[in-house]
Design a protein around this ligand. Structure first.
Ligand SMILES: NC(=O)c1ccc[n+]([C@@H]2O[C@H](COP(=O)([O-])OP(=O)(O)OC[C@H]3O[C@@H](n4cnc5c(N)ncnc54)[C@H](OP(=O)(O)O)[C@@H]3O)[C@@H](O)[C@H]2O)c1
Length: 323
């Protein structure tokens, strides 16, 4: 990815960031620079970012969601919020649908009413993972889990709304702030002598910071935005894959994590044992192939995403620095 630079073309945009306390949302606040942001929403007041106007918003409350959008009148809504508890969604599908499908449908409807655009994130879990090659954006989705179904329903609601939009489908998101695969392996490898890791699911682990930076780069540099004009998503409306380049199995990613940042009990490196998905059953079924083609992203926006390994090295270096 071409390194995104601080951009002076942002001040007159009116961006509403929904879900500012999530992995991607938190990084977006930095990547979009605070002066471009009209307001943010967080789930509870305790999570409010310093120095930004914020609203507490429970996304299943669509009346409150509409009220915030109508009051702030953004010209771009960036929705980084989602119900992401993949396994819990199997028993909470109604809540997952409310947050991942019904709320984005309302955002799309309200954005359209204002003449605004909507930027939304989606997931590799909309695909069934049976394809041998990386998925293309127009491959038919067939989610295997309640979470995947709820995210696909959100994508479809946005597409059907007619709002100018970008749906950015990403995969295996991690960062240093919250629970995710990288943090789980990092912590467990420092506490346990041995870990079993699934070796037959393939994808690209993606640092949330690179998602936010690529998003900002698309908005600032590729859509003809100027200090007086917010980016117009109409000409590029559609779904794009946006994740790290390259791919490996979860086991391969875990090996890199342990090599780069793991420890091990009594100073001995943690031993990793590859297992199959069948040997490591989880409530939600994951796709075996989560590889996403980045060709459309590169062709349309001229962005080359960093490899998953490069980004992991950078992220774990931040961890060592305590950043
Ligand atoms: N995580 C992944 O591995 C992954 C993979 C592929 C795609 N994606 C997609 O990428 C996007 C960003 O994911 P992420 O990893 O940054 O998610 P995340 O860290 O789980 O953050 C999601 C945010 O949504 C908020 N949220 C959840 N339910 C809510 C509700 N009912 N009302 C209000 N806010 C609510 C959460 O609030 P709290 O902070 O209060 O919990 C959190 O701040 C999502 O669209 C996700 O589906 C993620």
């Amino acid at each position: 990815m071409a390194a995104p630079t601080p951009d002076t073309a942002l001040p007159h945009w009116k961006i509403l960031v929904i879900g500012a306390n999530g992995q991607v949302g938190w990084e977006l606040l930095r990547a979009l620079q605070t002066h471009a942001i009209l307001g943010v929403t967080v789930r509870s007041a305790g999570q409010a970012p310093a120095g930004l106007p914020w609203d507490a918003l429970e996304l299943s409350d669509t009346r409150a969601l509409r009220e915030i959008v109508r009051r702030l009148r953004p010209n771009l809504i960036v929705n980084a919020a989602a119900y992401t508890a993949v396994d819990r969604a199997e028993t909470e599908e109604a809540l997952a649908l409310a947050v991942n499908a019904e709320a984005p449908a309302v955002m799309a409807e309200e954005a359209r009413r204002l003449g605004a655009s909507l930027l939304h994130y989606s997931t590799d879990y909309v695909y069934d993972g049976e394809k041998a090659d990386p998925y293309l954006e127009d491959d038919p989705p067939r989610p295997l889990s309640a979470y995947g179904r709820s995210k696909l329903a959100g994508d479809r609601a946005i597409e059907a709304s007619g709002v100018p939009h970008l749906i950015l489908r990403t995969s295996w998101v991690y960062g240093l702030r919250s629970r995710n695969f990288v943090r789980a392996i990092l912590t467990a490898s420092r506490e346990k002598p041995e870990l079993r890791v699934v070796a037959d699911q393939w994808g690209a682990a993606t640092w949330c910071r690179t998602i936010a930076q690529a998003t900002a780069h698309i908005l600032a540099h590729r859509l003809g935005a100027s200090p007086l004009h917010a980016p117009d998503l109409a000409a590029v409306t559609g779904t794009y894959h946006l994740c790290a380049s390259g791919a490996d199995s979860r086991f391969g990613v875990a090996q890199a994590i342990v090599r780069l940042g793991g420890g091990g009990s009594a100073g001995t490196p943690c031993r990793l044992t590859p297992v199959t998905t069948a040997e490591y059953p989880m409530p939600a079924v994951r796709p075996r192939n989560s590889r996403l083609s980045l060709a459309k992203l590169e062709r349309t926006f001229g962005i080359r995403m960093p490899s998953w390994e490069t980004a992991l090295v950078q992220c774990l270096a931040k961890e060592r620095q305590g950043a």
